[in-house]
Design a protein around this ligand. Structure first.
Ligand code: NAP
Length: 285
């Protein structure tokens, strides 16, 4: 069998960011207000600092202003909730991103739920999870939303297909499974307690790996012609799928890096402009 075609997330994300920049420019011209994303970071975890900086830089290139709130590591749940409630009520802020993780002493869920649903451009609230699960308009969790965009861009219609999602985290596995279900896939979730992961993966027309274990999924378990989405990102730029063997069996596969990764920020920016358009009362089109 020939090698799988690569799903180029870098190129697709670049196009989305460009289009988002054009929409942001039109919105700014029409309303005199640029879309604004508030980023909230608790503590100084180096990876989180880098992620937030990347998001701010991308915002800048797309004509989105960002307002950064840096809080000390010792911030309490009440203080963080208060900060987010203030941003939720601030008409100058259109989207809110609370960088995960926030520190174990904080009730992260309470902090997420303080984000007004209309500003939940990272798709982390229960309200967003519900609309996403029902396939209703609303903001999606960014990595799962990016995965669905990649599938659509490569002509993969999930309807009627067997999708196996490996991983069930709140930000990735669970929501991507719900998005696939909303698009009429037959979805199986696998996780650390799954008894025979290989057997489940072998059934899949679409595999989504969202685990955080380098090369856990091997080519021998990929059904010939399956679509393989590797959301994993492990040390040494290695995904959760053994790319070298999987590329020989799949029909489409995301590389790591350059597959799912760039789609996350692109989705965040797109949703920020969407949120701003709604709040500024501008109907696009
Ligand atoms: P997470 O919260 O640690 O969740 C990992 C999931 O994998 C859990 O549901 C866990 O099961 C499951 N799991 C662990 N070991 C397993 C095994 N041996 N077999 C089957 N399932 C297993 O991780 P996450 O935040 O979802 O991230 C997953 C990966 O995606 C990481 O590599 C992360 O870096 C990457 N990621 C990438 C992006 C991006 O923008 N590209 C964004 C987010 C995350 P249990 O629920 O039973 O514990």
């Amino acid at each position: 069998m020939s090698q799988a075609r690569l799903m180029d997330g870098t190129a697709l994300a670049r196009r989305i960011v460009e289009e988002t920049g054009e929409r942001a420019a039109v919105l700014t011209e029409r309303t005199g207000t640029a879309p604004c994303l508030a980023t909230v970071l608790v503590g100084e975890d180096p990876a989180s600092v880098t992620y937030v900086r990347m998001k701010q830089n991308r915002c800048r290139t797309a004509g989105i202003t960002s307002r950064h709130v840096a809080l000390p590591a010792a911030t309490t749940t009440a203080e963080l909730v208060g900060t987010i409630e203030a941003l939720s009520a601030d008409p100058g802020v259109h989207g809110i991103l609370l960088q995960h993780p926030v520190g174990e002493h904080i009730d992260e869920r309470a902090a997420f739920e303080a984000i007004a649903p209309g500003k939940d451009v990272d798709g982390v609230t229960f309200a967003s999870f519900a609309t996403m699960s029902f396939g209703l308009p609303g903001f999606v969790s960014c990595t799962p939303g990016g995965i669905m965009r990649l599938l659509a861009a490569y002509g993969v219609d999930p309807a009627g297909k067997r999708a196996v999602v490996v991983g069930r985290s709140a930000i990735l596995g669970k929501p991507v499974g719900m998005l696939l279900l909303a698009r009429d896939a037959t979805v199986t979730y696998c996780h650390s307690r799954t008894r025979d992961l290989s057997a489940a993966v072998r059934e899949a027309d679409i595999v989504v790996a969202a685990v955080g274990r380098p090369r856990l999924i091997r080519g021998q378990d990929i059904k010939p012609g399956a679509v393989v989405i590797d959301a994993g990102y492990n040390a040494g730029n290695v995904g959760d799928v053994d790319f070298g063997s999987a590329v020989e069996r799949a029909s489409l596969i995301t590389p790591v890096p350059g597959g799912v990764g760039p789609m996350t920020i692109a989705t965040l920016l797109e949703q920020t402009v969407e949120a701003a358009a709604r709040q500024l009362g501008v109907t696009e089109g």
